[in-house]
Design a protein around this ligand. Structure first.
Ligand code: F6P
Length: 344
């Protein structure tokens, strides 16, 4: 039986287990043996893997996280790790690999193919940030915006009762997709995203205008990567991960203080953090993950290596993984314009 490997890398997100389940079931139907590589690229460096049979994926569809574990390990950080990746791929006896991840994990896949280390890789786009190019949606995003929307709903009732401003900081790294979509769905009064620098005077004016209309509370949604016109991104610490990313976070705190100072309205800050990545995937993400997983096995069977499964409208297509990882997909300004219609 030919063996296909699957790994999940980068930040976890709801929908990973549906992908794994679909790959195993489709693989079984097509006569492949599926090997689960543990903890992303780290597992291929260390030769840490497990055989995935039908029993091992039974019941995982509604579970958040990933049964394979994940890491932010970059094998390109150390020359000797690349050789280990190559050796372990061969030792496990793989004929193909399905890499499930975002720009970092899939970026490594593209490099491995280009360098001739492992050529038979296909990609599956994952991230709550929805910032991968060439696909309308990544799985995990829908769950994240549903969680964030529910949180905004809950914050609405307390903001209204106390006549307060509540600033809600959401994730999304350098793209404002979560802020924009959860903000629209949750009826936020101001939505601030990394794509448009924050003008604090404008934000305060919008809130004042709303209060002058008789509203005694406001909800401001801010993406963690948003920054002030005159400043740069706010980070939690200087340390970078193996892919050179800083840890974002803290803009909500600064923004809240500025709003209170300028408007005099009592303000509270709520940082949603990893809650957005946890728990059971929505039906949308379970279905998208399942469709992606099935198509990924088909791509391996068709030997369409270097391709990434993607969603275009409601169709599952495949795209060049190199193109998909070249540049971040930032917020569609037509969508943001819709959000703006409801500001203030
Ligand atoms: O990429 C997903 C994401 O949740 C980002 O939105 C966030 O900036 C980052 O990961 C947080 O990473 P970590 O889980 O390593 O703190």
């Amino acid at each position: 039986m030919e063996k296909i490997g699957i790994l999940t890398g980068g930040g976890d997100c709801p929908g990973l287990n549906p992908v794994i389940r679909a790959v195993v079931r489709k693989g079984y139907n097509e006569g492949y043996e599926i090997m689960g590589i543990k903890n992303g690229w780290k597992g291929l460096i260390e030769g840490d893997y497990m055989k995935l049979d039908l029993a091992s994926v039974s019941g995982i569809l509604p579970k958040g996280g990933t049964i394979l574990g994940t890491s932010r390990t970059n094998p390109y950080k150390k020359e000797s790790d690349i050789q280990k990746v190559k050796d372990n791929y061969q030792n496990i006896g793989l004929m193909g690999l399905i890499a499930v991840g975002g720009e970092d994990t899939l970026g490594v896949a593209v490099k491995l193919i280009n360098d001739g280390i492992i050529t038979n890789i296909v990609g599956v786009p994952k991230t709550i940030d929805n910032d991968l190019s060439c696909t309308d949606y990544t799985f995990g995003f829908d769950t994240a915006i549903n969680i964030a929307t529910e949180c905004i709903d809950r914050l609405h009732t307390t903001a209204e009762s106390h006549h307060r401003i509540i600033v809600v900081e959401v994730m999304g790294r350098h793209a404002g997709w979560i802020a924009t979509e959860a903000g629209i769905a949750g009826g936020a009064d101001v939505i601030l995203i990394p794509e448009i620098p924050i003008d604090i005077d404008e934000v305060c004016e919008l809130i004042r205008r709303r209060h002058n209309r008789g509203k005694t509370f406001s909800i401001v949604v801010v993406a963690e990567g948003a920054h002030f016109k005159e400043g740069s991104m706010i980070i939690q610490e200087d340390k970078v991960d193996e892919f050179g990313h800083v840890r974002l976070g803290g803009v909500g705190e600064i923004l809240g203080k500025e709003i209170e100072k300028h408007t005099g309205y009592e303000t509270r800050i709520s940082v949603l953090g990893h809650i957005q990545r946890g728990g059971s995937p929505t039906a949308f993400d379970r279905i998208l993950g399942t469709r992606f997983g099935i198509r990924a096995v088909e791509l391996i069977k068709e030997k369409k290596f270097g391709r990434m499964v993607a969603l275009s409208g409601n169709k599952i297509i495949d795209v060049d993984m190199k193109e998909a990882t070249k540049a971040l997909k930032t917020v569609d300004m037509e969508l943001y314009k819709i959000a703006k219609e409801f500001f203030g």
